[in-house]
Design a protein around this ligand. Structure first.
Ligand SMILES: C[S@@+](CC[C@H](N)C(=O)[O-])C[C@H]1O[C@@H](n2cnc3c(N)ncnc32)[C@H](O)[C@@H]1O
Length: 274
């Protein structure tokens, strides 16, 4: 059996999940962009996006490597690859392939390998990073952006519904995500994979007001996870009332003039020895 045995991706790849990934992509773009900049992305580079999903990180990388660079996006979900190909049609330097990183073969070597929200879904995150190291050329960079499930959501003034939704996600990820604490262990995951000590930073999405996309992002996350939440007895469909959840989150936040805080994002990068 392969060391990084795939586990099923707990959020699925339905149409609403793809919408969720796009909303999430907009919120996370500045953070992933900072990671790519600090990791030294530059025009002309060859980049691999591992677990590319709907292609948001790959498209961001395309903008940063420019027309002389190239980006390969891989995902073990063929459905996700079809969506990524459609969305990135305007980026001729992007190529997408349905493949798990464990089976992906490339002889040319990448200048930079990036993965976002991928390690949390691995049974063996160290093995996946080790595989990323093999795919990067000597002197190239390995960068990962992960979501921390260490702290529940917060809000002030408190919006009980926002915090309730955060608690469902917090409990569910602790129960079912194979590596729910990957974001908070990036240092040891990197060194365990044979990389030097990584550079690290963390940012947390914070929002307020009616136009924040965070309500839709989190409501769509709950939609994708609803069958698992119900199956595990964490809530019921009647309590969640999924088709009104986004509006109720927005209304409650706006009524309280609250500032809402989501999961901390943790980013790490390190350079393979030259
Ligand atoms: C939460 S999604 C993130 C998608 C994208 N990186 C983003 O941030 O929008 C995780 C994706 O990683 C893919 N994935 C998980 N493990 C993988 C592996 N070992 N090789 C390739 N893809 C993988 C899943 O199929 C899923 O599409």
């Amino acid at each position: 059996m392969n060391e990084t045995t795939p586990t099923s991706y707990i959020l699925g790849h339905s149409a609403s999940e793809i919408r969720r990934l796009m909303l999430q992509g907009e919120i996370l773009k500045p953070i992933t962009g900072r990671l790519l900049r600090e990791a030294g992305i530059a025009p002309g580079m060859r980049v691999l996006d591992v677990g590319c999903g709907a292609g948001d990180v790959a498209m961001l990388a395309c903008e940063m490597v420019g027309p002389d660079g190239s980006v390969v996006g891989i995902d073990r979900s063929a459905e996700a690859i079809v969506v990524a190909q459609q969305r990135a049609a305007g980026y001729p330097q992007a190529v997408f392939k349905a493949a798990a990183i464990e089976d992906f073969v490339d002889d040319a070597g990448f200048d930079l390998v990036i993965g976002r929200y991928v390690l949390v879904h691995q049974t063996n995150a160290v093995a996946l990073v080790r595989r990323a190291v093999e795919l990067v050329r000597p002197g190239g960079v390995v960068a990962f952006h992960e979501v921390s499930h260490r702290h529940p959501f917060a809000s002030l003034p408190i919006v009980p519904l926002w915090e309730q939704v955060g608690d469902w996600l917090f409990t569910l990820f602790h129960m079912v995500a194979p590596h729910h604490d990957a974001a908070d262990k990036l240092f040891s995951i990197y060194t365990g994979a044979g990389l030097p000590e990584p550079s690290l930073f963390s940012e947390t999405p914070v929002a307020g007001g009616p136009d924040a996309p965070h309500h839709a992002w989190i409501a769509e996350t709950i939609r994708s996870l609803l069958p698992r939440l119900v199956q595990l007895g964490l809530t019921t469909e009647a309590i969640v009332d999924i088709d009104t959840l986004e509006a109720r989150l927005r209304e409650a936040t706006v009524a309280a003039q609250s500032q809402i805080i989501a999961h901390a994002q943790v980013c790490a990068w390190a350079r393979r020895a030259g």
